[in-house]
Design a protein around this ligand. Structure first.
Ligand SMILES: *Cc1c(COP(=O)(O)O)cnc(C)c1O
Length: 431
């Protein structure tokens, strides 16, 4: 670190010991960072070529209101998403309000009363418990007569193929696989692993719709789930693919049939994708997608840096700093509520927006435990921006993600370490 930057860090309240320690950690990551830059270059080309092929033009940035018939920008962007993510078709809409909504829409639109939803790779993300009806909720799939079956992962984290085979029955309509770990201490799945699981399920019954919750996975690997056999996948635009610019939104990519069902459910039978004004988001969606590969790379570098820092201090981290990445989430097991709080306070105090506030645990809608969240984001709740959150439960893991730029992600992690250092929640001898 050059002297000018060191001076700035010290002005921001970082001790020399913390600066030196973090610098040592960073130096050991040069080769990994190079690999991430290479992946960003590859994904950047995918995006540019899809934009050119679909003739993205300035005209696409004009906006529609009301019904939104003939919204050229919206329709062009949906073709671009389909190409970038390897599906036949896509829905990319401001009217899809978040990731949970995109996933719920995928499921509700393709399931009918009497069908069964299978989770072949363990429990789904917390917010989906109410969508499915695992935790009773108004309007859940359970209320509509859709049953649910779950096969947990084996103790070593691999798929339980025998039990999956037994769980598949004539009612099984969709198999839903979550790529990212969410709030669980299990590894995230690689696209290759997901492809193997899909191939197995299809070998038993080829008509089962294989769905992937792709949240946080976009642009981390060369291939995306639809390129290894998934019929449908969904995610949030205030995560990776929105590149930090999308102010709202979700996407679904998949087969023509799955997407058509989703469109008729999103708006109305008979109307489908023809309505849904873009109300000014077309340029932000397109420009965000254009930036998404490098923004994702920044977040990945931040995650790996965090892993290195905290594993060097004896904390359990998932994944480890030298493991291959399948998403941008970094889990750090902080082992006490005090340490989880301090970590989140550190991240918050590095934020460009709301850097002066102190995060407090709260009862967040859709989650069972209290959740503490650190986020100082330009787009409210955006988790492609530097953020950390964690449920207030054992083992007090912080889930760290995002960073529109690596210098910011780096500063956030150093700030979190400084907080733990100040409160003697790390072994100071190790620094
Ligand atoms: C974030 C996330 C969701 C839900 O997305 P929201 O936009 O928060 O509703 C679902 N699944 C996974 C794995 C996620 O990370």
């Amino acid at each position: 670190m050059n002297e000018q930057l060191r001076t700035m860090y010290k002005k921001a309240g970082i001790d020399d010991a913390v600066i030196n320690f973090s610098e040592k950690c960073e130096e050991s990551l040069i080769d990994r960072f190079k690999d991430i830059d290479d992946m960003a270059a590859l994904c950047q080309m995918k995006v540019i070529l899809a934009m050119q092929k679909n003739r993205l033009s300035a005209q696409c940035f004009s906006d529609t209101s009301g019904y939104g018939y003939d919204d050229v920008g919206r329709d062009t962007l949906e073709r671009i998403y389909a190409d970038v993510f390897g599906g036949e078709d896509a829905l990319v809409r401001a009217q899809i309000t978040c990731g949970t909504h995109a996933i719920a829409l995928s499921l509700f639109s393709n399931l009918r009363p009497g069908d069964e939803l299978l989770a072949p790779a363990g429990a789904p993300y917390d917010t989906l418990e109410e969508v499915i009806g695992i935790r009773p909720s108004k309007g859940s799939l359970a209320e509509y007569g859709v049953s649910y079956r779950q096969v947990d992962l084996l103790p070593d984290g691999s798929f339980d193929y025998d039990s999956i085979k037994k769980a598949i029955n004539p009612k099984t309509k969709i198999a839903a696989i979550q790529r990212s770990k969410g709030y669980a201490m299990r590894p995230s799945f690689s696209v290759e692993q997901i492809g193997e699981l899909i191939a197995f399920i299809k070998s038993i019954r080829s008509d089962i719709i294989c769905f992937v919750d792709n949240c946080y996975g976009e642009f981390v690997e060369e291939l995306e789930p639809c390129q290894v056999g998934a019929d449908m996948m969904a995610g949030s635009l205030i995560k990776n693919p929105g590149g930090g610019l999308a102010p709202i939104g979700g996407y679904i990519v998949g087969t023509k049939d799955c997407i058509e069902n989703a469109a008729f459910r999103l708006t109305s039978p008979g109307l489908g994708r023809e309505v849904g004004a873009s109300i000014g988001v077309n340029r932000l969606f397109a420009q965000g997608l254009f930036l998404a590969p490098t923004v994702t790379a920044s977040a990945l570098k931040g995650a790996i840096f965090a892993a290195k820092v905290y594993e060097s201090l004896g904390f359990r981290v998932l994944p480890a700093s030298d493991e291959l990445r399948h998403d941008i989430i970094q889990a750090v097991e902080l082992k006490s509520p005090e340490a989880l709080r301090a970590f989140c306070e550190g991240i918050q105090s590095a934020a460009p927006v709301d850097g002066f506030v102190t995060p407090e645990p709260w009862d967040m809608p859709g989650y069972d435990d209290q959740v503490i969240m650190a986020a100082g984001a330009f787009v409210s709740g955006s988790s492609i921006e530097l953020s950390a959150d964690g449920p207030m439960r054992e083992p007090y893991s912080a889930y760290f993600q995002g960073g529109l730029t690596y210098p910011h992600a780096r500063f956030g992690i150093v700030r979190s370490l400084q907080k733990l250092y100040d409160e003697c929640l790390v072994n100071r001898e190790l620094l």
